[in-house]
Design a protein around this ligand. Structure first.
Ligand code: TYD
Ligand code: MG
Length: 455
């Protein structure tokens, strides 16, 4: 019998491997590769001939005849935006996140919101007993919500329950606790998690049910992470947050039915998650406007402008062991920026420890944050703050040149709304509308240093 080519798979990232190895080449995880168990003896190859003929349609025959099915809005604005305007019927959604970040809380609240809008909603829990879920619901003030509860882990039972109940929305918490009895491996293994996600996704398509699956991000251990099923579902959302911060960010990393990289912001309170409709105001609420080493970045998350504060601290280092510590930004991007500052502007931090932090716990990944980080670093070095009423944005290239960022008007409007009066930007930024802000433009980083942080 011919061997299937990819019989091994990484639990962390889902990469397929031809043979076992101690370390995954794709993501670098150790001890995460496991053998994948086939679903049944008859592999896909043996079935490719002699199968039933599928229905084929002309693409043009579809156009215009079937209107887009109406989306099911949750009524929670921050969640609806991340979904691209509500839940698409018959879609499969994965919600990933660290254990304890608040996934079950979010989805129980969403389930109640769906149910209260008249959509039949089932919450399947494999993690907690029904009584525990009910206690949580009571704490969230949702005890009276018409949500159906099922405590099951056997996939066959779950599917039978869903088949019998035919809900509009089914939430499965979590995908790692589900087990398919036709897959010969332990619950939580890659094979099990994939089989469960596959079955639930095809159920969603077949029966027109929206299925939301929870996936724990696992740090080592024997359990497969949510990345191994990302490719199967329509929408992938991650729920993020720094431990110790009450803010939580729901981020779309893949969405077949809407823009990816959209975010929703929530605050974890004693009564569950509360949506934060104006995150800029919240991220800037504790700002000390005169502190050196602070700069406000006028950023964009998905379609929404978000202002955040970058804070930098620079201190003399032990000779030969300068430290770089970054929270909320990419550390290799910081290394690049430090090199550009040294090579193009003569500002050397080689003998200094550098600490960089995004206030409020947001992770910033936009290249346009470069100039704001540079402003925070320069402020820390020179003991000065960037002008307190200014926001900063612009990408920095290796040559030190500044590149414009998309949607400058949107960024400036948000800044103006929050009381900022000045924007420090690359010269090529083109504004579509007149802005009430003073826009100071710079060609390159050296000019920016010379004019804003003159010694
Ligand atoms: P949970 O939703 O169980 O996390 P997950 O499903 O992602 O593992 O949330 C767990 C944390 O949230 C827990 O530390 C307690 C906290 N929490 C609150 O602060 N307020 C609340 O109302 C609830 C229900 C939980
Ligand atoms: Mg949970």
């Amino acid at each position: 019998k011919a061997r299937t080519p990819a019989a091994f798979v990484c639990r962390e990232c889902g990469a397929a491997h031809r043979k076992w190895a101690g370390r995954c080449d794709a993501c670098g995880a150790w001890n995460a590769i496991e053998e994948e168990t086939a679903l049944s003896a008859a592999g896909p190859a043996s079935r490719s001939l002699g199968g039933a003929r599928g229905r084929v349609l002309e693409l043009s025959a579809l156009s215009g005849t079937e209107p887009d099915p109406p989306r099911l809005a949750v009524g929670v604005e921050e969640l609806d935006r991340v979904l691209g305007g509500g839940l698409v019927p018959a879609s499969a959604i994965l919600v990933g996140g660290d254990p304890g970040i608040g996934k079950s809380t979010l989805l129980l609240q969403a389930a109640a919101a769906f149910a209260r809008r008249g959509a039949k909603t089932i919450y399947v829990t494999g993690e907690e007993a029904s009584a525990q879920v009910r206690m949580r619901a009571a704490r969230l003030g949702l005890a009276e919500a018409p949500v159906l509860l099922a405590a099951e882990t056997n996939l066959r039972d779950v599917l039978t329950t869903l088949e019998a109940e035919r809900p509009a929305v089914a939430i499965v918490d979590s995908i790692q606790t589900m087990w398919a009895d036709n897959v010969d491996s332990a619950p939580g293994s890659v094979s099990q998690v994939r089989a469960a996600a596959h079955e639930l996704t095809s159920f969603a398509k077949r029966r027109g049910v929206s299925v939301i699956m929870v996936g724990h991000v696992t740090k080592d251990g024997q359990i497969a992470g949510p990345r191994v099923v990302e490719h199967m579902v329509d929408t992938v959302l991650y729920f993020e947050g720094e431990r110790g911060h009450q803010f939580r960010i729901l981020r779309a990393v893949k969405n077949r039915f809407g823009p990816a990289s959209e975010i929703g912001v929530f605050e974890m309170t004693g009564k569950g998650l509360k949506q934060v409709l104006n995150p800029s105001a919240l991220f800037l609420s504790d700002r000390e406007t005169t502190a050196p080493g602070s700069a406000v970045f006028a950023g964009l998350e998905g379609t929404r402008p978000v202002l955040v504060e970058f804070q930098a601290l620079v201190a003399p280092a032990q000779p030969g062991s300068a430290r770089r510590a970054v929270v909320g930004w990419d550390s290799s991007r910081l290394a690049m920026l430090l090199a550009v500052l040294e090579a193009r502007c003569g500002v050397s931090l080689a003998q200094h420890d550098v600490y960089l932090n995004v206030a409020g716990g947001l992770r910033v990944s936009e290249p346009a944050a470069d100039l704001a980080v540079a402003a925070a670093l320069l402020g820390a070095v020179r003991g000065a703050a960037a002008p307190a009423d200014a926001v900063v944005f612009g990408e920095i290239s290796l040559s030190g040149a500044l590149r414009p960022a998309p949607q400058p008007d949107l960024r400036l409007r948000e800044a103006e709304k929050l009381g900022f009066r000045t924007a420090l930007t690359p010269s090529q930024v083109k504004l579509a509308a007149k802005s009430g802000m003073t826009v100071r433009r710079f060609d390159d980083l050296a000019q920016f240093v010379g004019q804003v942080f003159a010694e």
